[in-house]
Design a protein around this ligand. Structure first.
Ligand code: URA
Length: 215
């Protein structure tokens, strides 16, 4: 009963990664490394945001078919320099595994690459300062599907200010890439109702179908 919803996990035999050539993947990793170095030099938030420890740039397969975009690093992510490793991250990992995938097979990034003090929600100004780096990350990876986790990521990529309740579960598009907005795992942890778990699983199931991951 993952997410508290009875469902049949996707067959592990499903094709989880579209094998790109090693060279292709290595080239994308090189471009991401370059972008990260540029982020350190050029992002205004690196200088303006008080109190962060590590840049949390992104993790996973640079040639992933599926990319998750969250909000901003929390305390655990800031300490380790890796996105989604705290409580929300553990739930995200379960969500990914329920889709028949592993964290290594997807790419995970955030709108902000440095932690806002006290884990507060990024301001629109902060999101617009780090947004170009996320957009470039997406362009390099070239995912077939993006899942946005929570309102700031969806609002940034879809250039709207709509509420999560309206956006979730409905396919949108970002630069020709299908986007599935769903609730942030932190929201799910706070409001761990059967209804919310069902909604998130329903959103992720649409992604599973779209990527042809059902065995
Ligand atoms: N919440 C996010 O949005 N991103 C993280 O990396 C961790 C928690």
């Amino acid at each position: 009963m993952l997410l508290g919803v009875a469902f049949v996990p996707v067959s592990p035999a499903a094709p989880v990664v579209m094998p790109g050539s090693g060279d292709h993947r290595a080239e994308k990793q090189r471009l991401l490394d370059e972008l990260r170095a540029r982020y350190e030099r050029e992002s205004p938030l690196v200088r303006e945001m008080p109190g962060w420890t590590n840049i949390v740039f992104g993790v996973g397969d640079p040639d992933a078919r599926l990319m998750f975009v969250g909000e901003a690093p929390g305390a655990d992510e800031d300490a380790q320099g890796v996105p989604f490793v705290g409580r929300s991250g553990q739930l995200l990992t379960k969500m990914i595994e329920a889709m028949g995938l592993s964290r290594d097979a997807v790419y995970i990034a955030n709108v902000l690459k440095v932690r806002p003090p006290g884990n507060r929600t990024p301001t629109i100004d902060e999101a617009s300062k780090d947004g170009p780096f996320l957009r470039e990350q997406i362009r390099i990876i070239g995912p077939e599907v993006i899942v946005t986790l929570g309102k700031p990521a969806a609002n940034l990529l879809l250039e709207n200010s709509e509420a999560m309740g309206k956006m979730r579960g409905h396919w949108r598009e970002y630069e020709g890439v299908p986007v599935m907005p769903t609730y942030h795992p932190a929201f799910l942890l706070r409001s761990y109702t059967e209804e919310n778990r069902r909604k998130v699983w329903s959103d992720l199931s649409q992604v599973v179908d779209r990527l042809g991951l059902r065995g």
